[in-house]
Design a protein around this ligand. Structure first.
Ligand code: ADP
Ligand code: ZN
Length: 735
C-alpha cells in the first residue's frame, strides 16, 4: 500500500536517505541518496535504476534499512514545478481506492512529455503557409497533418509520426520556409479569461441554481452538487457562472467532457463568456501543447482547462472547481490499464484540494442520484427547458403490429413521421446503437457465423470500409468470397441492421433526402467529425442516422423528430445496469428533438411496449424510475447500496486462468473476515479478447465494509503465473 499518511513537505540535505517513486513497474518506493544541493518532497528527479536512468518523484523520507551512504545517489533534480502534496495525496489515495500499484498511478500524472529539458523538444515546428517549389505526396501529407491539428507547434518526431513522413521531408519544408522552426514555447501562458465580463441574463430557476453554486465556490471548501436539468435547460449556462466565481477567486477550474467531438461548441461558448478560449487537454492535443499546458497549469498560467478524464491528474496550482458534464456518461470509466471512474476520482481530488464538484446531467447515474438522496451531495434542479422549447412528446411504436417484411426496420408509422419532417424542411434523427453494416454475417449453406479469431465476438461487416471488423480488438479482414467453414461461395449473408444498412433502407424510402450517417468509425479524425456535426447543425442533412455518438449534447436546432429503431437493444443480456443505461440513453436521444422553437417528437420502436423500463421512459416519471431501480439494487445489495469488485484473470491458457481463479477462491479467508461474498471463477462477460481467455471473480460486500484492504490481503497470498494478468475493477460497470 502507498502509505497515504506520509504526506507533508520535507527537505532533504545532500546525502540523506530519500524515497523516490518512479514510473517503472515496481511495487514500491525506492531509496536513494539525496543529490548535491539536496532535494524536497515532490521534486521531479532522474534516478539510476539498473543500467538506466528513469523519471521519479521524491515521495518522502526513505524507509529502507540500508545504510544511506551505500545507496545510489539521485542523478539530478529536474527543472519542473514540484508535485504538490495535494496531487501526491490524490495519487496515493486513488491508488489505494483502485488497488493500482503506485507507479502505474504516477504514470497517469506524468504523461506530459519533456519534463525537465528534453533536447528533442527545444525546437518546435509551425506551419508558415505558402507552397513548396515542388509538391510531393509526402510534403502534401505533412502540410495536411499540420492543418488538421490547427497548425500549432510540433516537435520533429511528433510531426514525422503524425504525417507518416521522414524527418528529412520536414527539414526540406523548413529550408523552403513553408514550415518555420522556433524555440519551444515552454512557459507561454494562455490568454486571460475575464470573469468580470457579463454573463447572459438568467431565468429565475437558473439564477437560483447559479447563486447556490456560486456560494459553494466562494466558500472555498469541498462540496459536491448534482446539477440536474433536462437537455437545453441551461446547465452549461449555470455552471459557467460557478466557473466565473472560481476565476474571480484566482483559483483554477477544470471542466470534464465525455467526448472530444463536443468540445468545439463548448470552447466557443467559453470564449463568448470569458473573452478567450480555455486550455484543452485530450488525446487530440499535440505533445508540445501538452507540455505547455502541463507547465502552465502548475504555474497558474491556465485558469480553465477543458479536458478528458485524464485531465484529473494535471498538477493544478490551486484547483477550486471541477465540473463533470454528462456525469452519467460511461466513457468516464476508464476500461483499460488503470481502471478508474473519473466521476468518483473528481470527487476525491476535489476533497483533497478543498474544491467544489458539479456533476451535471439530465439523467444522472444511479450512484449520484442515490448520493443526493442520502444527502451526501447537494442537488439543484432546472425544471424546464430554456425559452419556448418543449420536451419532445414520446410514444412507443409496437413492432409486433408493424408488419414489416424481412430486412426492413423502419415501421410505416415512423416512415410517415419522417416524411412529414421532410415536407416541413425539418430534420429527423434515426437512432441505432450499432456501428457498421450488419452485426452478424452468416453462411446460408452451413449456418456458420463469422467470428474473430482472437476474441469471443462476431466480426461486424463494415461496407464503407469494405471489411469485417472485430469491435473488441479492432482486427479487420476483407469480406471473404467463400464461407471460411464450409467453403461454399456466394452464400454469406448479413443478418440484422447496423447504421450503414439502415442508411440503405432510408435512401430507398426517401431517395430525395440528404442522408448523413454519424458513426465514430466513419470519420478519420475528431476534427472531421466535428466539422460534420457542425454542418448538420446548420442544416446540411435532412435525415441523420446515428449511434450513441449523437446522443451526447449536440445541438441540432432543426431537429424535430427522433426515431429509435430498436429501443429494446440495450435491455438484452444480463447486465444489471441495463435498465439504467437504456433509460439514460433513450431520454438523452429523445432530448435531441425540438431544441429550438419547434416542438419535438420521439418515437420508440419496441417489441415489448409493456416492459417496465420502456414504460418508465415514456411516462417521463424519472423519480419513480430511480426509486424503483434503487429499491431493486438495495434489495440485492448491489452498488450503490453494496460494494463490488471484479477480478479479471486473463491468460492465453484458459485452464491456467481457471486454476488460478480456483486457487484464489480457496483462500478467501480475508474476504470472509469482512463478511464479503465471492462468486466465480466464471467466464468474463467477454470470454476472450485478443487471444487471451478471461475469467472473472466477483466480490460483493456490505456498504460499510473495508473492501480494498481485504482485497489487497486476499490477492497478496498468491503470485500470478508469468502469463497471467490480473486486474481489479472496483465498482465494475457491468455485474
Ligand atoms: P444544457 O447544458 O442544460 O443542455 P445549455 O446551457 O446548453 O443547456 O442551454 C441550452 C441553450 O439555451 C443554449 O443554446 C443556451 O445558449 C441557451 N440558453 C440557456 N439559458 C439561457 C439564458 N438564460 N439566456 C440565453 N440563452 C440561454
Ligand atoms: Zn477480435
Amino acid at each position: 500500500m502507498s502509505g497515504a499518511g506520509l504526506f507533508g513537505q520535507a527537505e532533504f540535505e545532500a546525502g540523506q536517505r530519500v524515497g523516490v517513486l518512479t514510473t517503472q513497474p515496481l511495487d514500491r518506493v525506492l531509496d536513494y541518496r539525496a543529490p548535491e544541493g539536496g532535494c524536497s518532497t515532490g521534486d521531479f528527479v532522474e534516478v539510476p535504476l539498473g543500467p538506466r536512468r528513469v523519471l521519479g518523484v521524491v515521495w518522502g523520507p526513505g524507509e529502507g534499512s540500508f545504510d544511506a551512504a551505500r545507496l545510489r545517489p539521485v542523478h539530478r533534480v529536474l527543472d519542473a514545478p514540484p508535485m504538490r502534496d495535494e496531487l501526491r495525496s490524490f495519487i496515493a489515495r486513488a491508488a489505494d481506492y483502485t488497488l493500482t500499484p503506485l507507479p502505474a498511478m504516477l504514470r497517469l500524472a506524468t504523461r506530459a512529455p519533456g519534463l525537465g529539458d528534453n533536447p528533442a523538444m527545444r525546437h518546435v515546428y509551425r506551419l508558415a503557409g505558402g507552397e513548396p517549389d515542388r509538391m510531393t505526396d509526402a510534403r502534401a501529407r505533412t502540410i495536411a497533418a499540420m492543418r488538421e491539428h490547427g497548425g500549432l507547434a510540433f516537435t520533429l518526431g511528433e510531426l514525422s509520426h503524425l504525417a507518416g513522413v521522414s524527418t528529412s521531408v520536414i527539414k526540406g519544408l523548413v529550408k523552403q520556409g513553408v514550415i518555420v522552426e522556433e524555440e519551444a514555447p515552454r512557459d507561454l501562458p494562455y490568454p486571460h479569461l475575464d470573469p468580470e465580463l457579463p454573463g447572459r441574463e438568467l431565468t429565475a430557476d437558473q439564477a437560483a441554481a447559479s447563486e447556490s453554486l456560486r456560494q459553494g465556490v466562494a466558500a472555498g471548501r469541498y462540496g459536491t452538487t448534482l446539477l440536474k436539468g433536462v437537455t437545453g435547460s441551461g446547465k452549461t449556462e449555470v455552471y459557467l457562472e460557478a466557473v466565473a466565481e472560481c476565476l474571480k477567486k484566482g483559483r483554477q477550474a477544470l471542466v470534464l467532457l465525455p467526448e472530444i467531438a463536443l468540445t468545439a461548441g463548448f470552447l466557443a461558448r467559453v470564449e463568448d463568456r470569458f473573452g478567450a478560449r480555455p486550455a484543452e487537454w485530450h488525446s487530440g492535443v499535440t505533445q508540445t501543447e501538452r507540455r505547455r499546458l502541463w507547465r502552465m497549469v502548475g504555474q497558474g498560467g491556465a485558469q480553465l482547462v477543458v479536458g478528458a478524464r485524464s485531465a484529473l491528474f494535471l498538477p493544478f496550482r490551486d484547483l477550486g472547481l471541477i465540473v463533470v458534464d454528462e456525469e452519467h456518461d460511461t466513457s468516464y470509466k476508464q476500461e483499460d490499464g488503470v481502471l478508474y471512474n473519473a466521476r468518483d476520482m473528481a470527487v476525491l481530488r476535489a476533497s483533497l484540494a478543498s474544491a467544489q464538484v458539479i456533476l451535471a446531467s439530465a439523467t444522472p447515474s444511479l450512484e449520484t442520484w442515490a448520493n443526493a438522496e442520502a444527502g451526501k451531495y447537494r442537488r439543484l434542479d432546472l425544471a424546464s427547458r430554456f425559452g419556448a422549447s418543449e420536451l419532445p412528446e414520446m410514444r412507443a411504436i409496437d413492432m409486433r403490429e408493424a408488419g414489416l417484411p424481412a430486412n426492413r426496420w423502419i415501421s410505416p408509422e415512423l416512415q410517415k413521421a419522417v416524411r412529414a419532417r421532410l415536407q416541413a424542411k425539418e430534420q429527423a434523427l434515426l437512432f441505432l446503437n450499432r456501428r457498421g453494416y450488419a452485426p452478424v454475417t452468416i453462411c446460408r449453406a452451413c449456418g456458420h457465423q463469422i467470428a474473430c479469431e482472437h476474441c469471443d465476438a462476431r466480426m461486424v461487416e463494415h461496407r464503407f470500409l469494405k471489411r469485417l471488423v472485430c469491435h473488441q480488438c479492432g482486427e479487420t479482414k476483407p469480406m471473404p468470397e467463400a464461407c471460411p467453414s464450409c467453403g461454399v461461395e456466394g452464400k454469406l449473408a448479413p443478418v440484422g441492421p447496423g447504421v450503414e444498412r439502415l442508411g440503405e433502407e432510408v435512401t430507398e424510402l426517401f431517395p430525395e433526402a440528404r442522408v448523413a450517417v454519424l458513426s465514430s468509425d466513419l470519420f478519420g479524425s475528431a476534427r472531421a467529425l466535428k466539422a460534420q456535426i457542425e454542418a448538420i447543425a446548420e442544416g446540411a442533412a435532412d435525415i441523420i442516422i446515428g449511434t450513441q455518438l449523437v446522443a451526447k449534447g449536440h445541438n441540432f436546432p432543426l431537429l424535430t423528430l427522433v426515431g429509435v429503431i430498436d429501443a429494446d437493444l440495450g435491455l438484452q443480456g444480463s447486465d444489471l445496469r441495463a435498465a439504467e443505461r437504456t433509460f439514460q440513453l433513450m431520454r438523452q436521444v429523445a432530448g435531441r428533438a425540438g431544441r429550438a422553437e419547434r416542438p419535438g417528437e420521439a418515437l420508440l420502436q419496441t417489441w415489448q411496449p409493456e416492459h417496465p423500463v420502456i414504460r418508465a421512459i415514456l411516462s417521463g416519471d424519472e423519480e419513480g424510475f430511480w426509486r424503483a431501480e434503487a429499491a431493486e439494487r438495495e434489495a440485492a445489495g448491489m452498488p450503490p447500496y453494496g460494494r463490488m469488485a471484479g477480478i479479471v484473470l486473463s491468460s492465453p491458457n484458459l485452464q491456467e486462468a481457471f486454476d488460478f481463479g480456483n486457487e484464489l477462491a480457496r483462500r478467501d479467508a480475508p474476504l470472509r473476515a469482512i463478511g464479503a461474498q465471492l462468486f466465480g471463477p466464471a467466464p468474463a462477460p467477454i470470454a476472450r479478447i485478443r487471444g487471451r481467455h478471461r475469467v472473472r471473480l466477483l466480490v460483493k460486500a456490505a456498504k460499510g465494509a473495508a473492501l480494498q484492504p481485504a482485497l489487497a490481503r486476499w490477492l497478496a497470498q498468491l503470485k500470478p503465473p508469468a502469463n497471467l494478468r490480473l486486474s481489479v475493477d472496483i465498482d465494475p460497470q457491468s455485474f
